[in-house]
Each structure stands twice: as structure tokens, then as C-alpha cells.
Design a protein around this ligand. Structure first.
Ligand code: SF4
Length: 193
């Protein structure tokens, strides 16, 4: 079973995201970069999931991570039900990127920006699916696996949990995610239809 909730709301026929409207609003956020993308340019790789399973301490600990999100094939089908999306990136300078706490502390601001932009896009579309960073940290202790997710409308699985090679996507769009040795870059993908 998978708890991913795709945000839905009734919309008039033919409604779609007004890029001009959205871009004007994106200027209000501290984004390093953003790009409109299509899902057919995404690369799904089993090796991304392998890293989740073998190297991430959050594996099997939240509804936002594998195995709760489903197999890579199921994740791919969920994403490919959308044609378009927006990739956003934020960048933060830290004093020492090897300091894991300092590096991870930059994530909260990125998540806040992702939530805000996801809400903006939801205003303009019938359905959204947002993938963001790391594991979900909304609850002190995740309900997984004993009970359903408490906030499925606010919970964003991480991009990697869906097997997506986000570095490939960033490179394809010319986003330099290795911009400096003490710069932390976070990515989110917001799909909409
Ligand atoms: S919202 Fe709470 S229950 Fe749902 S995935 Fe996040 S931490 Fe777990």
C-alpha cells in the first residue's frame, strides 16, 4: 500500500498553469533556479532506489520513503500520469559542507519554499504531485508502518524515493549544482495537470 496523495480539486475544463502568472510569483521566492520540465525527460534508475535501500538511514522509516512509496515502477507510473512540471532549486552557503547538521539545517527553508510554490501551482491546476527532499519530518514520529500518514496532503516524498535521477535533469537544464564547495543545493519537482 502506498500513502502518496495527489492533490486534487475540481477545475474548469481546459484549465492549465499560466506560466506568466506563475513566473511573476516565483520572483518572490529565493530560488537559485527554476525550469519548466516535461516528464518524458526524466530518467528513472533502479540504482537511485538501491542507494535508498543500502545507504539512507531513513529507508523504511516514513511514508515518504521506500518501501512505503511503492516500487520504482509504481512511482514512475504515478509521475508519468503527469506531462509537465516545475523543477525548483535553492542554494545556501554553509561554513563547512562536511558538517552534516549545518548542511541539513538548510533544508527547512527549501521545504518552506517548496510548500509555498506547490500551493501556488495547486491554485492553477486540477492535480499536483510534489516531490521534495529527504524523508518527511512533519511529525515527531512517523506513523509508518502502523497507521496511515497523518498529513498526506502536506507530505512530500523525496525525489530520489521515486528513482528519479535529478542530477541528470539539472545538468540537462544547465543548472550547476556543484557551484561551490560550501554551497548546498536542494531540488524539488512539482508536477501538475
Ligand atoms: S506527515 Fe507524519 S505520518 Fe505522514 S509521512 Fe510525514 S512524518 Fe510520516
Amino acid at each position: 500500500m502506498c500513502a502518496i496523495m495527489i492533490g486534487t480539486k475540481p477545475k474548469g475544463e481546459g484549465s492549465e498553469v499560466d506560466r506568466q502568472w506563475l513566473e511573476a510569483r516565483l520572483a518572490d521566492y529565493p530560488l537559485y533556479a527554476y525550469e519548466f520540465i516535461t516528464t518524458d525527460e526524466l530518467v528513472f534508475a533502479d540504482r537511485v532506489r538501491y542507494i535508498c535501500e543500502h545507504e539512507c538511514p531513513m529507508y523504511n522509516t516514513t511514508w515518504a520513503c521506500p518501501p512505503a512509496v511503492g516500487t520504482v515502477e509504481e512511482c514512475k507510473a504515478r509521475v508519468m500520469a503527469f506531462k509537465e512540471g516545475l523543477m525548483i532549486a535553492t542554494i545556501t552557503e554553509v561554513s563547512d559542507i562536511a558538517n552534516i547538521k549545518e548542511t541539513l539545517d538548510t533544508r527547512a527553508d527549501h521545504e518552506a519554499v517548496t510548500h509555498a510554490i506547490s500551493r501556488l501551482i495547486a491554485e492553477q491546476s486540477s492535480e499536483t504531485l510534489t516531490l521534495s527532499t529527504e524523508a518527511c519530518a512533519l511529525c515527531k514520529k512517523c506513523a509508518w508502518p502502523d497507521a496511515p500518514c497523518r498529513h498526506p496532503d502536506k507530505m512530500f516524498p523525496c525525489v530520489e524515493s521515486h528513482g528519479i535521477l535529478v542530477t541528470d535533469l539539472a545538468e540537462r537544464h544547465g543548472i550547476d549544482f556543484l557551484a561551490g564547495s560550501n554551497l548546498v543545493t536542494w531540488f524539488s519537482l512539482i508536477f501538475y495537470r
